[in-house]
Design a protein around this ligand. Structure first.
Ligand SMILES: [Zn+2]
Length: 99
């Protein structure tokens, strides 16, 4: 089953199956990243550069900045949720990218 994925509003939203599921403005705590030199980046998502699916996992590359040091960048591919029965079950951003 193929679920349509795209970004909307110049990357402000990730759309799955024509519904907006993940929006810019979220704060992601990134533990394993190349955005800046912080051990853990407090990454403010400003836009989604790319979105794709790896099997049933939806992944995105997010553009934004680390609010701790101010460095701007684009993340590597990060999972934002799983496709189940045609809809996205979002992951918990606060816990996913840590550790
Ligand atoms: Zn930083």
């Amino acid at each position: 089953m193929t679920v349509p994925l795209c970004t909307l509003d110049d990357g402000a939203w990730v759309s799955v199956n024509n519904s907006r599921v993940v929006g810019a403005g979220d704060l992601w705590l990134l533990a394993d990243h190349d955005v800046c030199d912080c051990e853990k980046a407090d990454f403010l998502v400003e836009a989604f550069a790319e979105v794709g699916a790896d099997g049933r996992h939806v992944e995105t590359r997010a553009a934004g900045r680390c609010i701790a040091c101010g460095t701007e960048g684009v993340t590597d591919w990060l999972p934002v949720g799983r496709i189940r029965e045609g809809t996205l079950r979002p992951v918990a951003f606060e816990s996913l990218h840590t550790g």
